[in-house]
Design a protein around this ligand. Structure first.
Ligand code: PMP
Length: 472
């Protein structure tokens, strides 16, 4: 039988106090008990479904062997409420990964659920060959969030589809073939999107025609540090010598998600957008993870670099869990698609459109962008103080609620602390926090919770990390 919600226990010593006490006694002596989750008023439903072992056995037999699962003892998640998840026993976890940044407003947000349920009762599906107001209302609302002349919306079902369409548009509009993407990027799992996803990082040595992977402007690990100009020169060289001076498009995330919350060197996109435009190409911003206010300082990630792309792709948080993706572009670029047949059976279906519209409204009503700025800066401050106490933390980076913590065994050499990261990852789960793990070397904790994540949640997460590292 599931247990009831965990009762709040007293918090651990604040970091400042711990630092004082740790000067008097060995750290391990004063750290018990482990930090406790902040209180939360929700009683999960009793769960009578298959057990963890049964689900795992079925997955092994009937699902693709390539499906990975996190944790040596996998978690069987059966319910979600806002920033928390519940396993089969009713145990509550802080979700600091939001199903890879997919849940924006919070798990099962009541207003989003209502919109989906009401629309499902009325009409679940009609393709765009008939009229329905839901898709039109939603496109209008989404376009109103975009700067410049980004006013035409295409709806699809995923981020991969969105990036495929963006690449197709870039090629059709410019008449060029060459695409440029960054190493350490992730743009999707379909054939074309995998091509944009840098092969050397993501282990798919299948050449997808005419994609050039340029140096990653990673201020922490990149060869040129934060020198945006040198990285931009690499793009210029690829265009001059790799694509004969002409290019179809350039695509980048503004903070690399799967790559480990890597924020591009300041000023990089402005320089590169100019180079790409001069070579006849268009610039695509992949906002699948960074959009909708998550960065706190801005609604869209590209705004953090002071640019306006020609095409923007979105997915994940746009639907708070619904299979939904979008491409937004200018009327001029969109016009090339009128020469082609562009049909997506489920893209913009009434249920996803109603849900997507509700997501936009909830994020506005609950002022989630400002909330991400506030809680994100608290989280970053606390993580940076933790870094002063633990040498294993080599880098803390990110914006708002899109944060990366990179672990190293040697700060100077930046040697990836792969094994330690794996141990801490398990330990965090035991303590009740689910984070993501990523980066080229698998040594980065990716912290990207639902946007309703609170300051108390941030404190709990940092205390849990502190506790786990001290016990390492
Ligand atoms: N772009 C980015 C930045 C992503 O993180 C992802 C998914 N991790 C995708 C595209 C692909 O999205 P999907 O899995 O919905 O196809």
């Amino acid at each position: 039988m599931p247990t009831t919600m965990q009762t709040p226990l007293k918090r651990t010593l604040p970091i400042a106090n711990r630092a004082f006490f740790s000067s008097l006694a060995p750290a391990a002596d004063i750290i018990a008990p482990p930090p406790q989750l902040p209180p939360f008023d929700h009683q999960p439903r009793p769960y009578n479904g298959p057990s963890t072992d049964e689900v795992l056995a079925k997955r092994k037999t009937f699902l693709a062997p390539s499906l990975l699962h996190y944790y040596q003892k996998p978690v069987n998640i059966v319910e979600g409420k806002m920033q928390y998840l519940f396993d089969e026993s009713g145990r509550r976890y802080l979700d600091a990964f939001a199903g890879i940044v997919t849940v924006s407003c919070g798990h099962c947000h009541p207003q989003v659920l209502d919109a989906i349920i009401e629309q499902s009762k009325l009409l679940q599906h009609t393709t765009t060959i008939y009229l329905n107001h839901a898709i039109a209302d939603y496109a209008e609302a989404l376009a109103s969030k975009m700067p410049g002349n980004l006013k035409v919306v295409y709806f699809l079902n995923s981020g991969s589809e969105a990036n495929e369409l963006a690449m197709l548009m870039a090629r059709l509009y410019t008449g060029n073939l060459g695409m440029i993407s960054l190493r350490n990027a992730y743009h999707g799992g379909s054939s074309g999107a995998l091509g944009l996803t840098a092969v050397n990082t993501w282990k798919y040595p299948i050449p997808e025609g005419n994609v050039h992977h340029v140096m990653n402007p990673d201020p922490y690990r990149g060869v040129f540090g934060a020198d945006a100009l040198s990285y931009a020169k690499d793009v210029e060289d690829h265009i001059d010598y790799g694509t004969s001076g002409k290019v179809a498009g350039f695509i980048a995330e503004t903070i690399q998600g799967v790559g480990g919350a890597v924020e591009l060197a300041p000023g990089y996109l402005k320089l590169v957008y100019d180079i790409v435009h001069k070579a006849g190409g268009v610039c695509i911003s992949d906002e699948v993870q960074t959009g909708f206010g998550r960065t706190g300082s801005h609604y869209w990630g590209f705004e953090t670099q002071g640019v306006i792309p020609d095409i923007v792709t979105m997915a994940k948080g746009i639907g708070n869990g619904l299979p939904l993706g979008a491409v937004v572009t200018t009327p001029e670029i969109a016009s090339v698609m009128t020469q082609k047949l562009q049909l997506n059976t489920f893209g913009g279906n009434p249920v996803c459109s109603a849900g997507g519209l509700a997501v936009l409204r909830v994020l506005d009503k609950e002022k989630r962008q400002a909330h991400c700025a506030h809680v994100g800066s608290h989280l970053l401050d606390r993580l940076r103080s933790l870094m002063q106490r633990h040498d294993i933390i080599g880098n803390v980076r990110g914006r708002g609620l899109m944060v990366g913590v990179e672990l190293v065994t040697d700060r100077k050499e930046k040697t990836p602390a792969k094994a330690e990261t794996a141990v801490l990852f398990e330990k965090l789960r035991e303590l009740g926090v689910l984070v993501g793990k990523g980066g080229l070397h698998g040594n980065v904790f990716r912290i990207k919770p639902p946007m309703c994540f609170t300051e108390d949640d941030a404190d709990f997460l940092v205390d849990a990390l502190d506790y786990a590292i001290t016990k390492l």
